[in-house]
Write a protein that binds this ligand. Structure first.
Ligand code: NCD
Length: 320
């Protein structure tokens, strides 16, 4: 695994949440909370990234993540450039490096990378100049660290910081989900009381992954009395054609309907990283209903990315 830290222990890259201490996670969430603002308020801003140039390199589609990284950088005074990158799939890591070397010569200081191939983000991080930082904006099925943090922030806002008192159900295509893997890392790191993995057998992660999570193949059992329901999109782009479940059948067996949500605690919240497939993994009545925290997740994305950029650009030694 890549070392994300500088010799003094501060975070230089953010490729995975694995290895971040509880104090570091809590510190990032507290700092992100400082940047959260209500509708109609002027977002907080500062100049901590003044003089820094950030390149957004996304080789997979993205709306929320790319826009919120861009806004986060700008609100901290950075110059942000969005680059369309078309890479040949053969030797992708090497083609990506050529692009990176060009941008380094143009004095880019940070790269934010989304890619469908596992390992490319770390490969870039291993080859950049010493002052350059690399952040993952979603890596294959492996990791999506800022999504994990914004999910944790959303839970903390609605449920308080006693994660040990919470039962969280992650529901759907866990096997192919980077969102689920990063959620697991952050929630486990924050000491979550119980983490449930609710999925059809074919979409369960490999045995040995998500150690400590309780597995349920029945949503009726898995959703009972949970505090948080975290729905996932079916990652068709990461499946063989034949393995893609039929939408109607999936909704009947696993879709989050008002009746299924009623099995959870009455004050349970519903989350979804988006894009949502309404009528496949989630009913619109739930997605737009009073228990939905889905729009809070989007709002929190900017705040979390500001906190992460600031922590990386301005190294501070965090409590161990
Ligand atoms: C997710 C992603 O791309 O990993 N979206 C996001 O970043 N909010 C989830 C998904 O595509 O299903």
């Amino acid at each position: 695994m890549i070392n994300q830290r500088r010799p003094d222990g501060s975070l230089r890259h953010l490729i995975t949440l694995d290895g971040l201490s509880r104090a570091e996670l809590e510190d990032l969430l507290a700092r992100a909370q400082h940047f959260v603002c209500e509708p109609g308020e002027q977002p907080r801003a500062n100049q901590s990234l003044a003089g820094i140039t950030i390149g957004n390199l996304f080789t997979e589609p993205s709306t929320r993540t790319r826009v919120s990284f861009e806004l986060a950088g700008r609100r901290l005074g950075a110059e942000v450039v969005n680059l369309e990158v078309q890479l040949s799939s053969r030797a992708k890591g090497e083609t990506m490096l050529d692009t990176i070397y060009t941008l380094q010569a143009l004095h880019f200081d940070m790269f934010i990378i989304r890619d469908s191939q596992a390992g490319v983000v770390a490969h870039v991080a291993e080859h950049v100049q010493p002052h350059v930082s690399v952040l993952s904006a979603g890596e294959a099925h492996v990791s999506h660290p800022t999504q994990g943090l914004l999910d944790a922030l959303t839970i903390r806002q609605r449920k308080g910081d006693r994660f040990d008192r919470l039962t969280v159900a992650v529901v759907g295509d866990i096997r192919h989900s980077r969102v689920a893997r990063s959620a697991y890392e952050v929630l486990w790191g924050l000491g979550v009381g119980e983490l449930r993995l609710v999925a059809p057998e074919a979409l369960m992660p490999e045995p040995g992954e998500f150690a400590g999570g309780r597995r349920f193949t029945s949503p009726e059992e898995g959703l009972r009395d949970v505090d948080v329901v975290m729905m996932l999109r079916i990652q068709k782009e990461r499946m063989e054609q034949a393995a893609i479940p039929d939408g109607d059948d999936y909704f009947t067996r696993f879709g989050l309907t008002p009746a299924r949500l009623a099995l959870a605690r009455p004050d349970a919240i519903v989350m979804h990283p988006q894009p949502m497939n309404r009528g496949i993994e989630i009913d619109s009545a739930v997605a737009d209903g009073p228990q939905s925290a889905i729009r809070d997740q989007v709002r929190n994305g900017v705040a979390v990315r500001m906190a992460v950029l600031e922590a990386i650009a301005r190294p501070r030694r965090l409590r161990a």
